[in-house]
Design a protein around this ligand. Structure first.
Ligand code: NAP
Length: 240
């Protein structure tokens, strides 16, 4: 069986096309995950040791890390557990969005928070778990978009919404809230790219958090290449 580390649209799309037996693992952070028509497990493994045990107990023949490019911890754990158990590992890493003229890059969420000018009105799309750096900026107003309800701070409004988002929706949201800056992470992919098109069209500066450095692993950029890797490394070797 193949273990797909998921929580992303890429993991879902791969699961829909996979012929080899597999299970998709999600972190359990989303309280109402979408119903899926394939096997899913939910919740952390318990660090590297827990993942090693899971791989051995479930006779996992390969790991496909399809997690979000900013989900650093699980990708580190996957590399360590794969090494410890000699399990083949492939990372499906969608390309980052190419830089645009209205972007200012930030090396971290803290740097992004510091880059906001006083009295700005920021559209914050960095994920509900990553707001700590921003709540110190009580001279800035925030529109926080999140899938899950968040404990918002007094100078913030929460907007609950699931991707994908359209250009029209994004432009309306930014206009209605008189947004002056967009703060986001370079996630890549098509599901959430409309906010960048909207910001560019409305001439709103974007503070873009760079991707974290992940440990070395064999990597492909798209689903077709991942399927090809699975054919060569699992199916043709008859080890599924
Ligand atoms: P993270 O910081 O890398 O992981 C924190 C812990 O959550 C891991 O150590 C692991 O717990 C557990 N975990 C994470 N992904 C898991 C998975 N697919 N299956 C089982 N356990 C998992 O991750 P994160 O940034 O909180 O993201 C959590 C999930 O949300 C990921 O699956 C990711 O693909 C998805 N996601 C993240 C973002 C983002 O911006 N970070 C955006 C969209 C979707 P144990 O150590 O106990 O195993």
């Amino acid at each position: 069986m193949i273990l797909i580390l998921g929580g992303t649209a890429e993991a879902h799309a791969l699961a829909l096309e996979l012929k080899t037996p597999f299970i998709v693992s999600i972190s359990g952070a989303t309280r109402r995950p979408k119903n899926r028509e394939y096997p899913i497990r939910s919740g952390g493994f318990g660090g590297v040791d827990g993942l090693v045990e899971y791989l051995q107990h479930n006779e996992i023949k390969a790991i496909i890390d399809c997690t979000h490019p900013f989900a650093e911890q699980i990708s580190h754990n996957a590399v360590k557990a794969a090494r410890a158990t000699k399990t083949p590992l492939l990372r499906l890493d969608r390309p980052a969005w190419p830089s645009r003229p209205n972007w200012q890059k930030a090396v971290s969420l803290g740097a992004a928070a510091a880059a906001l000018p006083p009295k700005s009105r920021a559209f914050l799309t960095v994920g509900s778990q990553h707001l700590a750096a921003f709540c110190k900026r009580n001279d800035v107003w925030f529109l926080i978009r999140s899938i899950e309800p968040v404990i918002a701070f007094p100078n913030a409004k929460t907007h609950l919404q699931r991707p994908p988002f359209s250009l029209e929706e994004e432009m309306t949201l930014m206009r209605l809230n008189r947004i002056t800056h967009l703060v986001t992470k370079n996630a890549g992919g098509s599901q959430t790219v409309a906010k960048l098109d909207a910001a560019e069209a409305l001439e709103i500066p974007v503070i873009m958090v760079n991707r974290p450095q992940l440990p070395l692993a064999e990597t492909v950029r798209n689903r077709q290449d991942a399927l090809q890797w699975i054919r060569q490394n699992v199916e043709q070797k008859g080890i599924s």
